[in-house]
Design a binder for this molecule. Structure first.
Ligand code: GLU
Length: 296
């Protein structure tokens, strides 16, 4: 649960507000996505700013073209429009590579040869494995491997991911903050999620890296997204500082839940927008069911 300050922090901004909605095409959009898209769209429209759409499709194993087509179709049916061409992450891998190279030159990146299973076994072996908001953290097995051993393993063709050395990152950035409009100023905790993956074994980037790079390259000034991503912002802000990016302001909004109070998952097709549409619901009914009354 995130502590809310009594009143939203007022931001005096003379700049153009640029917001975005950034779904992954790994399933059909549901009511939670509609709410999130609305949050970005509405904030931009209220401020005379820009609302952008980004398709986060780096997870080649899980993304599907028909889910991407459905994103465009569902948003249009809901009456949401966006400015500028859609940014598809899979088309911008060189941007992530360049950011990784910049981080490598700061000495805050290391190769990790551990498989998922090896990490689980290591965590199970440890009596007090470090934990973060989403569970066990990477135990740091590869963090201090000698350079010669790294070179040898890479030379031998072993697959590896690249991880952020979060302790080093913390010492590079020192004290820093980020701002959530609803929860107020937050002190950056670079190690909250431990040594996160920056480039996966199978994909030359990761969620944390690409979202940070894209928000920067798309000039996003206000990130509106669900409060399930609140803690991830500590990682994003850490990367922004390391990369010399400006900080957007954040507005982590409430999550839409089902009748049983459970967060909606993309897997549950029954709650998808197209399911409701096929059942005869009109866009206005979708909006009112999630408490949105000011759609035109
Ligand atoms: N692609 C992420 C998702 O679908 C959202 C990323 C973000 O808004 O920062 O959950």
């Amino acid at each position: 649960m995130i502590a809310r300050s009594a009143r939203p922090v007022t931001i005096a901004a003379a700049m153009t507000i640029v917001t975005r909605f950034a779904p992954s095409p790994t399933g059909f959009l549901h009511m939670g996505h509609a709410y999130s898209a609305f949050a970005g769209w509405h904030a931009a429209r209220m401020a005379g700013g820009l609302f952008l759409l980004r398709v986060e499709d780096i997870d080649t194993g899980r993304c599907r073209p028909h889910f991407e087509d459905a994103i465009y179709e569902d948003l249009a049916w809901l009456g949401l429009t966006w400015e500028r061409p859609v940014r598809r992450q899979s088309e911008h891998l060189p941007d992530y590579r360049a950011a990784l190279a910049a981080l490598e030159s700061l000495g805050v990146v290391y190769p990790c040869f551990c498989t998922r299973k090896a990490i689980q076994q290591e965590v199970a072996r440890m009596s007090r494995a470090p934990h973060g908001p989403d569970g066990a953290l990477y135990p740091g097995t590869c963090r201090n491997l000698p350079q010669a051993e790294r070179d040898q393993r890479i030379g031998d063709g072993n697959a590896y991911a690249l991880r952020l050395d979060s302790a080093r990152a913390a010492s590079v950035i020192g004290e820093a903050t980020w701002l959530d409009e609803l929860a107020g100023p937050q002190r950056v905790m670079p190690a909250l999620f431990g040594d996160v993956v920056l480039a996966r074994r199978d994909v030359p980037t990761s969620y944390h890296l690409s979202v940070t790079v894209d928000d920067h390259l798309q000039d996003i000034t206000l990130v509106t997204r669900g409060e399930d991503l609140f803690h991830a912002t500590h990682v994003h802000r850490t990367l922004q500082i390391l990369l010399g990016y400006k900080a957007p302001i954040y507005r982590h909004h409430r999550l839409i839940t089902d009748d049983a109070g459970q967060r909606l998952a993309k897997r549950s097709d029954a709650m998808s927008i197209r399911h409701h549409r096929a059942a005869g619901m009109a866009p206005g009914e979708i909006w009112s069911s999630i408490g949105v009354s000011d759609m035109p």
